[in-house]
Design a protein around this ligand. Structure first.
Ligand code: DGL
Length: 201
């Protein structure tokens, strides 16, 4: 069987991307691979992330021969996109890297927050994005594996109050740091972006 697009994430982080594509291209044939066996990617070493992503991509290509693969995961994109493109040269990869550039553009006081996984925050690629696109900005980082785990396991059933409680520590952190824009640099957060926006004001 051949599909048009395969989506890859460690869990449900890529679902908002899949649903966006289905709005734009309702007839595209898609598969979605959530590598929950290896969740969370964000707490792994770069070598482990590359190995897991490579295994997942190999399986996807073998079973579904996608015309393109959307790496709907910031952690895999910053860590493994180059390697995947080299190892699978016949498959186009579309990555999702932290939205540092628009955040730097939107920030009035040039102080931006980056909410991500540990792996993304500590990867040199993220610093390269900052050097390239957020020159002159102060950047404050927060890794939040607890919030990511909450989203993966609970977000679809949780009440608004439970979601707000889970989001609050991150928002308090960025508020007290004085940031006026926050990059949701892990695709899991897109599943609760409305709640984050409403609370952040
Ligand atoms: N959704 C992934 C990302 O965008 C991370 C989740 C995980 O830690 O596995 O970085």
């Amino acid at each position: 069987m051949q599909v048009d697009f395969a989506f890859l994430d460690s869990g449900l982080g890529g679902l908002p991307y899949l649903s966006y594509l289905r709005d734009k291209a309702p007839f595209a044939r898609c598969v979605y691979l959530a590598d929950t066996k290896h969740f969370p990617y964000g707490e792994k070493t770069a070598g482990q992330i590359i190995a897991c992503a490579e295994e997942a991509v190999r399986l996807v290509i073998k079973r579904w021969r996608p015309r393109a693969i959307v790496v709907a995961c910031n952690t895999i994109s910053v860590t493994a996109l180059d390697v995947l493109r080299r190892r699978f040269p016949n498959t186009p990869f579309i990555g999702t890297v932290p939205a540092i550039k628009p955040a730097a553009f939107l920030s009035k006081i040039k102080k931006i927050g980056v909410l991500a996984t540990n792996a993304t925050i500590h990867h040199p690629y993220t610093q390269q994005l900052i050097d390239q696109f957020a020159h002159g900005c102060e950047v404050v980082f927060r890794a939040d594996p607890e919030l990511i785990d909450f989203i993966e396991r609970r977000a679809f059933n949780a009440s608004e109050a439970e979601k707000n409680t889970a989001i609050e520590p991150a928002l308090n952190f960025f508020r007290s740091a004085g940031c006026d824009s926050i990059v949701l640099a892990c695709t899991h957060f897109l599943n609760i972006a409305d709640e984050i926006k409403a609370m952040a004001g």
